[in-house]
Design a protein around this ligand. Structure first.
Ligand code: MN
Length: 282
């Protein structure tokens, strides 16, 4: 099942080349300020799934190119990001001058949820002369059931689905959470693919191109800490809530993005999204 949020916060299922409106399956739909219908859907997905499937049989259908796709998450309480989770990326970072050694160890940090943009939007680079801003193409997951101290052998049952996330990153000195939380620094999309449709999340190819040139290409089997390990570790620190986002770390091949370029990311079994980059002056 491919779940999307589109137009004015409608809930849809992507079926073939169409978006089917299934909003009526939600018992407490309210698209207003600080809408929480998505978080409730994440929490109650097992119960709502048959209703969503029924609604998809009669819901209004629109061609995908005629809807405005939004990020397939809404008001997550947090975005937790894994760092240094592919050995080749750790090696490329270690080769950069002035990188602190503690940055090369696996750990997690927070990205501001306000940095999320959807697959129809553009990354606007802040004006920071002399600083490099990089792309990181990542497999992200959205939590269904929350919890704390989740054991590894139960962790995958907490995952509602998977999506693509670009962890846009200002390189250089300073706290990761600030360097990765500028507005627009977290493009997500194009939709959320339910866990059952993904099968093994540790066997997915990730690719990122900038202006058609392949920059990153990896399979998720190369993660140093696999998804159950990440979930278990994070939940030993902080309570996970339905709808929270966890992103699994940068593959090797990170590099600079500049105004006028287009990033294209593809993850097997999920899809592809194209995100233009521009500067504050256009
Ligand atoms: Mn990252």
């Amino acid at each position: 099942m491919k779940l999307g949020i589109f137009d004015e916060h409608r809930l849809g299922l992507v079926i073939g080349e169409e978006m089917v409106d299934v909003t009526e399956a939600l018992p407490h739909y309210d698209p207003g300020y600080a809408a929480n219908f998505w978080l409730r859907m994440c929490r109650d997905f097992d119960v709502l799934r048959p209703r969503i499937e029924r609604a998809s049989r009669e819901g209004l259908r629109k061609p995908l190119e005629r809807v405005r796709l939004m990020a397939p998450v809404l008001n997550p309480s947090k975005i937790i990001a894994a760092a240094s989770n592919y050995q080749e990326h750790v090696t490329e970072m270690a080769a950069r001058p002035g990188v602190h050694t503690w940055l090369l160890d696996f750990d997690v940090f927070l990205k501001a949820p306000s940095s999320i943009i959807g697959p129809s939007e553009t990354v606007v680079l802040p004006n920071l002369p002399g600083r490099e801003i990089h792309h990181e193409s990542e497999l992200a997951l959205v939590l269904g059931k929350g919890g704390r101290n989740i054991p590894e052998n139960e962790a995958l049952s907490h995952v509602l689905g998977y999506t693509i996330l670009i962890d846009v990153t200002l390189r250089g000195e300073g706290d990761r959470s600030r360097r990765k939380s500028y507005d627009g620094f977290t493009p997500m999309g194009p939709w959320l693919v339910s866990a059952d449709e993904i099968g093994d999340p540790q066997d997915l190819d990730i690719r990122l191109w900038v202006d058609g040139t392949l920059r990153q290409s990896v399979n998720t089997r190369d993660m140093l800490v696999k998804i159950p390990g990440i979930i278990s570790y994070v939940s030993s620190v902080m309570t996970l809530n339905p709808g929270d986002v966890i992103t699994t770390g940068a593959p090797p091949g990170v590099g600079e993005i500049r105004p006028g370029q287009i990033m294209t990311v593809e993850i097997e079994k999920i899809g592809r999204m194209e995100i233009p980059v521009r500067g504050t002056q256009g």
